[in-house]
Design a protein around this ligand. Structure first.
Ligand code: ADP
Ligand code: MG
Length: 342
């Protein structure tokens, strides 16, 4: 297979394709790929910039034989998910790629997945870096993404208040279940960042985070955020109903066929990563507003519990609808949960 040089790659593939369908590239003051740095159109007067970055490494976050289209989609999707979790609107992103060589047909498919999502999200590719890695090194893709949010309206991790409800978007379990079976699943391979939801939750949600490392660990992050904030820090306990967790279609089908036990399904839903749904808190008075956002977006929004003032440190109590605690052997399995990077 022929290999391309870096400059041909940027000229032949990137410049033209990145501009397609992106109003950014028609803005008279904006500048995308091709100069020393990109120039963004001016922000609205009351906006601030949100910025995030996430990378995927071959052999660690994806397998070498992965569908390049799905990989291109995913590297942008996980970054858009961070922008969504801040309630920001996407402005654009850069892509830094460490490649063993530039394989044109592989790259074409990768860019197809990447840039289709970029167009859907109105988030243009505006620059990046392309460099060779040693022949025996893993390839790496790193995205840096920019968003804009009205001053003071970003959805932060540190805003939870006692008595707030906890909600999640979509459903849980299918991504981690696919990983555990070494299977493909749309939830794992084609995550859908909840950008519109994040923007609509401004002024409604008290705090938000996206579920990348597992529900339980993200809930702890929100409780920890409330404890660490400068203004009126609070020690919170989350009380969550495991029976209310919305299970994904693959998990649901496997419970029905008895391929998966209820206990396993719940452990997967509570500890499984790679979901890219939003977990958010909101005051009880916002329930109707949240339900109408879900209806408008055609997206399930499920109330899974609430937080209350706690005494010793952030903590999660799992109960069922009748208020009974989670069985001890399940508790043991979920308490080790959450993906750890090191
Ligand atoms: P420099 O020497 O200034 O770093 P480069 O030769 O690395 O410039 O890049 C040339 C142009 O191509 C720059 O505008 C850069 O942003 C863009 N570019 C390089 N690699 C990528 C990539 N993987 N994705 C998007 N844009 C890229
Ligand atoms: Mg460069």
């Amino acid at each position: 297979m022929a290999s391309l040089g870096e400059f041909e790659f940027i000229d032949q593939f990137l410049k033209a394709q990145a501009a397609r369908g992106q109003p950014f590239y028609r803005h008279p003051q904006a500048l995308g790929i091709g100069d020393d740095a990109a120039l963004l159109p001016p922000l609205a007067a009351n906006e601030q910039v949100a910025m995030a970055s996430d990378m995927l490494i071959e052999g660690r976050h994806y397998l070498s034989q992965v569908d390049p289209r799905a990989l291109g989609h995913k590297v942008l999707a996980v970054n858009l998910s961070d922008i969504a979790a801040m309630g920001a609107r996407p402005l654009g992103f850069t892509l830094s790629a460490g490649l063993r060589d530039i394989r044109p047909d592989w790259m074409e498919r990768f860019l197809d997945g990447l840039l289709s999502l970029a167009r859907d999200a109105a988030c243009p590719l505006i620059g990046g870096d392309t460099t060779a890695v040693p022949a025996d090194a893993p390839e790496v893709f790193s995205v840096a993404i920019l968003g804009a949010v009205p001053l003071g309206e970003a959805l932060r991790r540190d805003g939870l208040q006692p008595e707030d409800d906890l909600w999640i978007s979509g459903h849980l379990g299918d991504a981690a279940y696919a990983v555990s079976r070494n299977a493909e699943d749309p939830k794992l391979n084609w995550p859908q960042p909840r950008i519109e939801l994040g923007m609509r939750l401004r002024g409604i949600a008290s705090a938000a985070i996206d579920i990348s490392d597992g529900l339980q660990s993200e809930i702890m992050h929100l409780c920890q955020g409330a404890r660490n904030r400068d203004v009126a820090p609070k020690t919170l306990k989350a009380v969550l109903n495991w029976e209310s967790l919305p299970m994904g279609p693959s998990v649901t089908a496997s419970i029905a066929s008895t391929a998966l036990s209820q206990a396993d399904a719940i452990c997967i839903a509570i500890t499984g990563g790679d979901e890219y749904e939003l977990l958010f808190g909101a005051p009880q008075r916002e329930r109707a507003a949240i339900r109408s956002i879900g209806a408008a977006l055609g997206l399930a929004l499920t109330r899974i519990g609430h937080v209350e003032s706690g005494r010793d440190g952030p903590q999660i109590d799992w109960v069922n609808t009748a208020g009974q605690p989670i069985p001890a052997q399940w508790q043991q399995r979920i308490s080790g949960g959450g993906f750890r990077h090191f």
